[in-house]
Write a protein that binds this ligand. Structure first.
Ligand code: PGA
Length: 363
């Protein structure tokens, strides 16, 4: 069967090379090799031209993202493209290669054998390109080149202050800041897509270097007229009866909050879910529930008394912020300078004015 198909394709190929070429469809290497084996011929210059795949880096990047997420939707999100644009790139790559790279299994997509192979190559190509870029950056010296920093949405309450000071010190560096939640930061680290990341707990699924640079206390917030506002040492069991406004799945704050209560054998009542800290604070102010947030996000609300921090048993949950980068990554001079700056100065520039201190109940 396979032989018949190949023979008929060989016939077509032999007799209408030009029409193959003019339609833009090139026979796959496999077909050409099989035809050559059948005809016992060596590849001619024309064969080589025909078998040369006209693959673009863009197609490979799009394919790599789909293969990593095993989802067209998530790849489209990551690449800021529409889903049809992503599907089209993958289809063109498949046509160019002459093999199917993904197969559907119900709602899921899986890599075919050819897809697995192409994934390996696309990752290697991507690694080489990044390495080349890193080497080029390092040749530019500290006050030139690009620096890509990705931060957790919660870090963005102080990241612009850090970047502004750093930029004044090194005006020649072009800075790019990506702001997203924890889950997406882990993908960026995994794909080696940024130089440095500022986030909560470093991921366990990607091999990274991580260094603590500042405290990140999480507190329970309420509107000022909440019945528990002003109470001392509120038991956790009492707080667990309240409804909580939640950040989205994938948020580091949410993960920490759920872990905090679970470790104490308590589950919390989930109220509304919001994808941004600003929306969470608005919801709490409007009386939709309590929430657990980082102190970094509520400086303004505490100053203007739009929100209050409740005095809850075991709170604040003392977390930390980390500077993280992929293990083995060759940091450019600009990235090295930013790392040193963050480790040495971020805490004094960005720590909230008043980190909550636990006061004795009778004090
Ligand atoms: P988040 O991240 O903005 O995703 O909640 C904060 C964190 O990692 O603690």
């Amino acid at each position: 069967m396979e032989k018949n198909i190949i023979e008929s394709q060989c016939f077509l190929w032999d007799t209408s090379v030009k029409s193959y070429d003019s339609t833009g469809i090139r026979p796959a290497r496999r077909i050409i090799a099989a035809c050559q084996a059948l005809h016992n011929t060596r590849p001619t210059a024309e064969d080589r031209r025909l078998s040369h795949m006209n693959i673009s880096l863009r197609q490979l990047r799009v394919f790599e993202a789909v293969a990593r997420h095993l989802s067209y939707t998530r790849a489209a999100e990551e690449l800021h493209l529409s889903q049809p644009a992503v599907s089209m790139q993958v289809r063109q790559l498949e046509e160019e290669i002459g093999l199917i790279l993904f197969e559907r299994l119900g709602k899921r997509i899986l890599l075919t054998e050819a897809g697995e192979e192409v994934h390996q190559y696309s990752q290697a190509i991507d690694r080489s390109l990044i390495e080349m870029e890193e080497v080029m950056e390092s040749l530019k010296g500290v006050n030139r080149g690009r620096l890509q920093v990705a931060v957790a949405s919660t870090v963005n309450y102080f990241a612009p202050r850090l970047l502004a000071i750093f930029q004044k010190r090194y005006p020649g560096i072009t800075l790019k800041l990506v702001v997203t939640n924890r889950e997406k930061l882990v993908h960026l680290l995994d794909g080696n897509a940024v130089d440095l990341v500022l986030m909560g707990l470093p991921p366990k699924t990607v091999e990274v270097e991580s260094e603590v640079f500042m405290e990140n206390p999480l507190v329970v917030v309420a509107p000022p007229d909440h019945p528990l506002a002003g109470e001392r040492d509120i038991p956790l069991s009492r707080i667990a009866q309240e409804v909580f406004v939640m950040r989205e799945e994938g948020s580091g704050t949410r993960q920490a909050m759920e872990r905090f209560f679970a470790e104490r054998g308590l589950s919390i009542r989930h109220g509304m879910q919001m994808t941004r800290n600003e929306a969470v604070k608005q919801a709490v102010r409007s009386g939709l529930g309590l929430s657990v947030v980082s102190m970094h996000t509520i400086e303004l609300e505490l100053e203007t008394r739009r929100l209050v921090v409740l005095d809850v048993e075991d709170f604040p949950d003392r977390r930390q912020w980390y500077l993280v980068y992929r293990q083995g990554k060759r940091l450019s001079p600009a990235a090295r300078a930013f790392r040193e700056f963050v480790l040495a100065e971020a805490a004094s520039i960005a720590a909230p004015i008043s980190f909550p201190q636990k006061t004795p109940a009778n004090g």
